[in-house]
Design a protein around this ligand. Structure first.
Ligand code: ADP
Ligand code: 5GP
Length: 211
């Protein structure tokens, strides 16, 4: 695609923010805070075959579906991307993203590194944010506290976390989630700065100065 055409698309559509990071880094917590804080920022509700955790709501946190339904959706070409993560299937529905971007809404995806790679190949102009815990010990403690994984599963997740962290260099921004308020300030800065990019402000300049 020509650079000029790509820029035109960026100018006209909403922004795509992709957040990845190891399990327990704090992705769900920070994404929830961002959605609450910003106007015109929507969460992409993924489909998953995993069981809901206590407090999770179908249609708000995830769309919880059975394996059969998920496979039907794969066959029907409904996913922008999907991947197996910790033994469960997770996917982003193509229509959810295209509808939001088409309406100039910004959309936030909390997806793993495999999914982020697939999105990068398919869509131009995404902002890729990698979230890290301050240490693996903290990550372990947080997962343990969340209480939804066995100690065997915890070990598997930590191993996978190290593999994921190696992929962090593919991302545009790195946020270390040490203190939640500090990390949220940094996430807000990224979203705000991305919204101020010149190419994103052209519509506003046209509106204000009629040029
Ligand atoms: P992820 O979505 O990356 O797997 P969560 O957002 O579910 O992670 O966070 C894992 C656990 O850690 C949750 O219980 C959450 O409340 C807690 N948590 C998140 N950020 C922090 C932080 N900065 N300090 C301490 N605990 C945190
Ligand atoms: P959890 O089950 O802890 O909410 O999420 C497990 C992992 O799945 C996280 O790394 C999260 O980012 C990822 N994930 C959530 N939704 C999707 C999705 O739609 N696609 C992909 N590829 N990963 C997802």
């Amino acid at each position: 695609m020509k650079e000029k055409t790509k820029k035109k698309i960026m100018e006209k559509t909403g922004r795509l923010f992709i957040v990845s990071g190891p399990s327990g880094a704090g992705k769900s917590t920070l994404c929830r805070k961002a959605i609450k804080h910003f106007g015109n920022l929507f969460f992409s509700i993924s489909y998953t075959t995993r069981e809901p955790r206590p407090g999770e709501v179908d249609g708000r946190d995830y769309r919880f579906v059975h394996g059969g339904r998920f496979r039907e959706m794969i066959k029907g070409g409904e996913f922008l991307e999907y991947a197996t993560v910790h033994g469960n299937l997770y996917g982003t529905r193509k229509k959810d993203v295209s509808d939001a971007l088409g309406r100039s809404y910004d959309i936030l995806l909390d997806i793993d590194v495999q999914g982020a790679e697939k999105v990068r190949k398919k869509l131009h102009g995404g902002v890729y944010i990698f979230l890290l815990p301050p240490s693996m010990e903290d990550c372990l403690k947080r997962l343990d506290k969340r209480g939804d994984v066995s100690s065997k599963e915890l070990k598997k997740r930590l191993k996978r976390a190290m593999e994921e962290i190696k992929k962090s260099r593919l991302y545009d921004y790195i946020i270390i989630n040490d203190d939640i308020n500090g990390a949220f300030e940094r996430l807000k800065s990224v979203i705000t700065a991305e919204r101020l990019r010149e190419v994103r402000m052209r519509g506003e300049i046209k509106r204000l100065f009629k040029i």
